[in-house]
Design a protein around this ligand. Structure first.
Ligand SMILES: *Cc1c(COP(=O)(O)O)cnc(C)c1O
Length: 382
């Protein structure tokens, strides 16, 4: 039995992050300011996107995307059922209708054939999710976009560092939203970013993230001289702070090394779990870089324990796991409002019942991983 509880997706916070946060606290500028601007430049450069704006969360970025792209009542947006509910919630908040699309078996990614079949004259947009860090087929997605004149909002919460045929996710000219929530590949505790190839979209996101003001605090209160702001459209309060950006500035330079470590752990899980009554994730497609955000197994339907029993048994052995996700269609709000039944989205339903995310973070040691494998081998004897 382990001495300590193995936290699923525990973040790496080092002395550099701590020093950078302290530097912000001591500087007197703790709100949105120069560090947010520096983090935006650094991220834009990393992703190779033309424009980047940081906000308070990925959810905020998704909500602002809907607003800025003019998606509203009467519009339909294609959203995978197999995602975190924030994706669908953003569409609901806009007053538009999320049309849930099933997954491809194995990868769990949105089924682009099913998405195309669900297009109606009201369909304005598609919100693909690079699920677990695995990039969706950007060639097929963009062909679908162009054929049907769809807007694309990529939910890239899992996909910072992912690449499709040599290009980073976020660099395809669509709007894409990243998350820096605690468990994600890098963290600012809470935080998100929107990237786009469109200067106007970026400028409008910046205004709407701060009440709709024409000038940010940095322009209003710095030594550049007093200026009045004006409001053209009522906005929200979704700005990122310099204290958060301080963390991001020290995390992002380590991301590639962390993804390599995640990949090592991933391949070791593949080897060590072979033969157990569960399926391991399919390997990344050729010519892509998987961001290795989640390592998900699917528990065999005839295994000795159900997925939920397994979660409990692992917790009792001090091993934390995650469930990503129970599909959007299974949550009462969406189930009832859109009269959805589990069999309407059979692949997403099967994943919902069987999926289990094992501890995966650069903080996980080989010894931690051995504990996870040993527990699984004992709980699921072949
Ligand atoms: C984490 C996550 C979000 C929300 O991110 P926040 O930064 O917590 O708002 C959205 N979509 C997916 C797929 C996520 O995993």
């Amino acid at each position: 039995m382990r001495d300590s509880f193995l936290i699923f997706g525990s973040p790496m916070i080092g002395e550099e992050e701590i020093a950078e946060v302290v530097d912000s606290l001591r500087s007197g500028w703790i709100g949105t300011g120069p560090k947010v601007q520096r983090f935006e430049s650094m991220l834009g450069e990393y992703v190779t996107a033309q424009h980047c704006r940081c906000v308070s969360s990925c959810t905020a970025a998704l909500i602002l995307s809907m607003h800025v792209l003019g998606i509203g009542p009467g519009d339909e947006v294609l959203v995978p059922a197999m995602t975190f509910v924030a994706s669908a919630n953003a569409v609901e908040h806009a007053g538009a209708t999320p049309v849930l699309v099933d997954s491809v078996p194995g990868t769990g990614l949105i089924d682009l054939n099913a998405a195309e079949a669900a297009i109606t004259p009201r369909t304005r947009a598609i919100m693909p999710v690079h699920f677990a860090g695995r990039p969706v087929d950007m060639d097929r997605l963009n062909a679908l976009r162009d054929r049907h004149r769809l807007l694309v909002i990529e939910d890239a919460a899992h996909a910072l560092g992912a690449e499709w045929r040599g290009r980073r996710i976020g660099a395809f000219g669509n709007v894409a939203a990243f998350s820096f929530y605690v468990t994600k590949n890098i963290t600012t505790i809470e935080g998100g970013a929107l990237v786009t190839g469109d200067r106007e979209i970026a400028a409008e996101v910046e205004r709407l993230a701060l009440h709709g003001l024409s000038l940010g605090a940095w322009q209003r209160f710095s030594d550049a001289g007093f200026r009045h702001y004006e409001v053209i459209r009522p906005g929200y309060k979704y700005n990122m702070t310099d204290v958060q950006a301080a963390l991001g500035l020290r995390q992002l330079p380590r991301l590639d090394e962390w993804i390599s470590r995640r990949a090592q752990l991933w391949e070791r899980y593949d080897e060590l779990l072979a033969g157990l009554p569960l399926s391991t994730p399919p390997p990344p497609a050729a010519g892509t870089r998987h961001a290795r955000h989640l390592y998900q197994v699917l528990v065999d339907p005839d295994a000795q324990l159900t997925r939920d029993e397994l979660v409990d048994a692992l917790t009792a052995r001090r091993i934390g796991t995650g469930v990503h996700y129970r599909g959007v269609h299974l949550h009462p709000f969406y189930r009832d409002k859109y009269r959805l039944s589990p069999s309407d989205l059979p692949v997403a339903t099967a994943i919902s019942e069987r999926t289990l995310s094992l501890p995966l973070s650069p903080k996980v040691t080989d010894a931690d991983q051995d504990d996870v494998v040993q527990a699984l081998s004992e709980l699921l004897p072949c």
